[in-house]
Structures are given as C-alpha cells and as structure tokens.
Ligand binder design. Structure first.
Ligand code: SF4
Ligand code: SF4
Length: 92
C-alpha cells in the first residue's frame, strides 16, 4: 500500500456523485460520508492505481505522487473553468 500515492479531490469540480466512493474497495474513502468523497485512509490506496480517477465522470481526481503522465480521462482542466462550471472562460 502506498504512503506517497493517494487521490486528491478537486471539490471545485466534484459534484458528489459518489462513484469514486463506491468504486474503491480499499477503505480509502469514508463510505459513511457517501456520496461525498472524503479521503480518510490514504495509506490504503494501491500504488499507481487510477481506478477511481478513471471512473470519475468529471475528472475531479488527481494523485499525489503521480509520475505516469496520466490525466483524468473525463477531465476538464481547472484553467478552463470559471464560475463553478456554469460559464466557461471565453476568448473574448
Ligand atoms: S486509486 Fe484505486 S486504491 Fe486508490 S482510492 Fe482510487 S480506486 Fe481506491
Ligand atoms: S467520482 Fe468524481 S464527481 Fe463523483 S464524487 Fe468522486 S470525485 Fe466527485
């Protein structure tokens, strides 16, 4: 298990769908707090697992210690977000 690899939730993007909480079976997330994701046992995270991040529909999960070049597959880059997802920054 990893002490230098665990998920971090971007709560500006997360919509509390609970997918990550329900997906992980390693006790990393507090299931009593579902559907809101709360990382309570980072040491339980499996080194180099991207399971919850690959299932997050909004790309709100990144990983401490990630040196793989992975990026959230459904992700929206933070610098593309303005006003809590309701109005994207435009070029004008
Ligand atoms: S990366 Fe894997 S082990 Fe770690 S919290 Fe997500 S699903 Fe669980
Ligand atoms: S899967 Fe993504 S959007 Fe859903 S609760 Fe987890 S971090 Fe939030």
């Amino acid at each position: 298990m990893a002490k230098t690899w665990y998920p971090v939730i971007d709560y500006m993007i997360c919509k509390n769908c609970g997918t990550c909480v329900n997906f992980c079976s390693h006790g990393v997330y507090d299931k009593t707090n579902a559907p809101s994701p709360a990382v309570v046992y980072p040491d339980g995270c499996v080194d180099h697992c991207h399971g919850c991040g690959n299932h997050c529909p909004l790309g709100a999960i990144v990983y401490i210690g990630d040196d793989t070049g992975w990026s959230p597959p459904h992700g929206i880059k933070s610098d593309e977000i303005d006003c809590a997802l309701c109005c994207r920054k435009s070029s004008s």
